[in-house]
Design a protein around this ligand. Structure first.
Ligand code: ATP
Ligand code: MG
Length: 618
C-alpha cells in the first residue's frame, strides 16, 4: 500500500508559508518590500494588537490589473524574474513569488489594487488560502493589503507568538530597517490607531536618521569613508569610537538596499572597530554595501535575511578598512573642537594666558603646592622609560616630566606658569583642574570636557607600544632563568602559528620539544613573576580574540590586554605639567576618544546642555 501522497495545495502553501511568514513582522516586511519594488513614493502601515489581529499596508506604487492581481496569489508567480539567469543578478527585493500566497494562506486576506491610469481597480478576498471574492474596487491607485487574524488556521503557530508588545517592537524594527534603507520613500507607522511616526521623503540617509532617531544619535555618528577604487562601494554612517549598544538593534546592514543579517559583515565591522569597542557591546552602524548583484547570492535564506558573497574576503577587507579609516578621520574632528577658540568673552586661550591677570592663571593650576613622590610622575612615563625610550622632548611640557621631584615647590610653580604661557599658543584647550584625582576638567569652545586620565593613559601607551611593535618590535627583558612549560596540542599549535608575532611583542619564546616551549624573555614593561602562567593566560585571552584576525591585530589585542595593568591607575595624583602632557599626548593619538578597550577617554558636556540643566534655556 503506497504511503507517499502529494499534499493538497492549501497544505503545501501553509508549509511553505511556515518558512517565509514566521511572525507578524514577516508579513509587514514582505508587504513593504513589495511596495518598494512597485516603486511606491509613500507607504502607510497600520497594525493592531501586535499585528496578530490586523495589519494594513497601503502604497501608491504601480498597482496591478485584475489578471495580475489574481496571478500574484498563485505560488511562484512573480513579475520580477523570468529565468535562471535573472536569479543570478537580482536587483529587486522580492523574486520568489511566494510572499502573497503564503500570507493569504495563513490569514483572512484582502487585497485592493489599481494601476495608475486605470479607471477601476480590483478587490480580492482570500480566506485561509481560498479565494472567496473577486470584484471591482474603487481604491486609490496603488495597492492596499489587509491581513486579519494571522495564523487563525494554524493554532500551533499562533501559540508561538510573543506578547503584543514584543511583536509590535519586531514590526517597528522591521519598518525602521526599510525606512533607513529607503530615505526617498515616505513612511507612516500607526500602532493600535496611534501614529508612531511619520517620515517625510528625504534627500539622504542623514535626514532619515535624524527624523527616525533624533539629532542626539546623529551627533554620535560619522559618515563612512568608503574605499575609493573598489568593486564594493561602502557608504553610510557609523558610531564614533566609544559609542556602542548592548544589543544589535542599531547595527543595520544593507546589501544592495536589502537589510540583512550577516556574521561576516558584523565580524568585519567589529574588527574594524577593534579596540574602539567595549567587550560585549555592539557598534551602531548604518552600513550600506553596494556591489554587482551577480557578486551576491540573495537566494540562500527562506526569509531573504541572509546573503552569500562571491568574494567574502574582499568584502571583509573592504569593510575593515573603511571602518578603520572612518574612525581615524573622526580624530581630526575631535581635534578641531580643541582648537576652536573658547567662548563667553574668552576669545582665545592662548591670549588669555598672556593678557589675563596672573590670578586667573594661578587658579587654573592643580594645587601646585602639593608635592608628589617620584613614582607618581606618571607611570606612563615610567613604563615608557622602561622600554628604553630615550624620549625626545616633543615640547616644553615633555621636559617637565624629567624635572627632579624636589623642584615641585614654588620654583616649579613659576616654571609651570612660564611653560603654560609659552605652550598655550600651540595648544588651544584650557585645563581647569582634576576631579576626584581621576577626571581632568577642561574647557573648549563647546563647553566642558571631562577626560578620564586612566583611560587616556591606556590609549597613549597602547598606541606607543603598537608603533614600536610595527617598527622594530617591543624591547624585552631576559628572565633570570629561562622557563619551560607544556601545553595541550591545540594550544601548542596556536603558539607555533603565532611565534613570530609573539616574538615581536617582546616574548622570547621557542619550541622545546613536542608541545613544550621555552620562554627566556618578556616585554620589559611587564612585571610578571610566573612566566608560564602568564603565557597560558595570554594564550587563553588571545585564542578567543584571534579567530580569523591578522597577526597585527593579534599583537594589538595583546597590547590592549596587558596595557591596562600598567597605565596610571585612577587616583594616582598627577602634577599639572603631567596632566598637560597627558592631554597633549592623547590628542596626538590616532583614536584619542576611547581607550584600547573601547571605553571613552573623554566626554563633552556642551554649554547648551549646561544651560538647559540650569534652566537658562528650555
Ligand atoms: N504592492 C504591490 N504593487 C504592485 N504589484 C505588487 C505589489 N505586491 C505584489 N505585487 C506583484 O505581485 C507579485 C507577487 O508578489 P509576491 O510578494 O508574492 O512575490 P515577489 O515579490 O515577486 O517575490 P517574493 O516572494 O520573493 O516576495 C509580484 O511579483 C508583483 O508583481
Ligand atoms: Mg514580494
Amino acid at each position: 500500500m503506497p504511503r507517499i501522497r502529494l499534499l493538497p495545495e492549501t497544505v503545501a502553501s501553509q508549509v511553505a508559508a511556515g518558512e517565509v511568514i514566521e511572525r507578524p513582522a514577516s508579513v509587514v516586511k514582505e508587504l513593504v518590500e513589495n511596495s518598494i519594488d512597485a516603486g511606491a513614493g509613500k507607504i502607510d502601515v497600520l497594525v493592531r494588537r501586535g499585528g496578530s489581529s490586523f495589519i494594513r499596508v497601503i502604497d501608491d506604487g504601480c498597482g496591478m490589473d485584475r489578471d495580475d492581481a489574481l496571478l500574484s496569489l498563485e505560488r511562484h508567480a512573480t513579475s520580477k524574474i523570468r529565468s535562471t539567469a535573472d536569479l543570478e543578478a537580482i536587483a529587486t527585493l522580492g523574486f520568489r513569488g511566494e510572499a502573497l500566497p503564503s500570507i493569504a494562506s495563513v490569514s483572512r486576506f484582502r487585497l485592493t489594487t489599481r494601476e495608475q491610469d486605470a479607471i477601476a481597480g480590483t478587490e480580492i478576498i482570500v480566506n485561509g488560502g481560498k479565494i472567496d471574492i473577486v470584484r471591482d474596487g474603487g481604491e486609490a491607485p496603488g495597492m492596499q493589503v489587509e491581513v486579519r487574524s494571522l495564523f487563525y488556521n494554524l493554532p500551533a503557530r499562533r501559540k508561538f507568538l510573543r506578547s503584543e508588545n514584543t511583536e509590535s517592537r519586531n514590526i517597528e524594527h522591521q519598518l525602521q530597517l526599510q525606512a533607513i534603507g529607503h530615505p526617498g520613500i515616505a513612511f507612516t507607522f500607526a500602532r493600535d490607531d496611534r501614529l508612531i511616526y511619520q517620515l517625510p521623503i528625504t534627500a539622504n540617509l542623514i535626514e532619515r536618521i535624524r527624523d527616525l532617531y533624533g539629532t542626539q544619535l546623529l551627533d554620535q555618528l560619522f559618515p563612512i569613508a568608503g574605499p575609493d577604487k573598489s568593486r564594493i562601494q561602502i557608504r553610510g554612517m557609523i558610531g564614533r569610537a566609544g559609542v556602542s549598544r548592548q544589543t544589535r538593534a542599531q547595527q543595520l546592514i544593507f546589501v544592495n538596499g536589502r537589510a540583512i543579517e550577516s556574521p561576516l559583515v558584523s565580524n568585519a565591522v567589529r574588527e574594524g572597530y577593534h579596540t574602539a569597542l567595549m567587550k560585549g557591546q555592539y557598534p551602531v552602524t548604518f552600513l550600506f554595501l553596494d556591489l554587482d548583484p551577480a557578486a551576491v547570492d540573495v537566494n540562500v535564506h527562506p526569509a531573504k535575511r541572509e546573503v552569500r558573497f562571491r568574494d567574502p574576503n574582499d568584502v571583509r577587507e573592504a569593510i575593515v578598512r573603511s571602518i578603520q579609516e572612518t574612525l581615524e578621520r573622526g580624530r581630526s574632528e575631535w581635534q578641531k573642537k580643541f582648537h576652536a577658540p573658547p567662548v563667553a568673552g574668552v576669545a582665545d586661550p592662548g591670549r588669555v594666558t598672556h593678557t589675563a591677570p596672573e590670578k586667573q592663571v594661578a587658579d587654573l593650576t592643580l594645587r601646585p603646592t602639593q608635592t608628589f613622590p617620584e613614582e607618581s610622575q606618571g607611570q606612563l612615563g615610567a613604563a615608557l622609560g622602561e622600554l628604553g625610550r630615550a624620549q625626545p622632548p616633543r615640547d616644553v611640557v615633555g621636559q617637565a616630566l624629567r624635572l627632579p621631584a624636589a623642584c615641585t615647590d614654588s620654583a616649579s610653580d613659576a616654571l609651570a606658569l612660564q611653560r603654560r604661557a609659552e605652550q598655550s599658543a600651540s595648544q588651544k584647550f584650557q585645563i581647569i583642574g582634576v576631579l576626584n584625582k581621576l577626571y581632568v576638567l577642561m574647557e573648549n569652545a563647546d563647553g566642558l570636557v571631562l577626560v578620564d586620565q586612566h583611560a587616556a593613559h591606556e590609549r597613549i601607551l597602547f598606541e606607543e607600544l603598537r608603533r614600536r611593535m610595527e617598527e622594530q618590535g617591543v624591547p624585552s627583558q631576559k628572565l633570570l632563568i629561562a622557563q619551560t612549560f607544556d601545553l595541550s596540542p591545540r594550544d601548542a599549535d596556536w603558539i607555533e602559528r603565532n611565534l613570530s608575532i609573539l616574538q615581536k611583542m617582546g616574548i622570547g619564546i621557542e619550541s622545546f620539544g613536542p608541545n613544550t616551549f621555552k620562554v627566556d624573555s618578556l616585554p620589559s614593561f611587564l612585571n610578571v613573576s610566573d612566566a608560564p602562567q602568564f603565557m597560558r593566560k595570554v594564550i587563553d585571552d588571545l585564542k578567543s580574540a584571534s579567530t580569523g584576525s591578522s597577526p597585527l591585530r593579534l599583537g594589538e589585542e595583546m597590547i590592549a590586554k596587558t596595557v591596562c595593568r600598567h597605565a596610571v591607575k585612577a587616583n594616582d595624583p598627577l602634577r599639572y605639567a603631567e596632566v598637560e602632557k597627558l592631554i597633549h599626548d592623547l590628542l596626538e593619538c590616532d583614536l584619542p576618544y576611547c581607550c584600547p578597550h573601547g571605553r571613552p577617554t573623554m566626554i563633552q558636556i556642551s554649554l547648551t546642555e549646561l544651560e538647559k540643566k540650569f534652566g537658562r534655556r528650555i
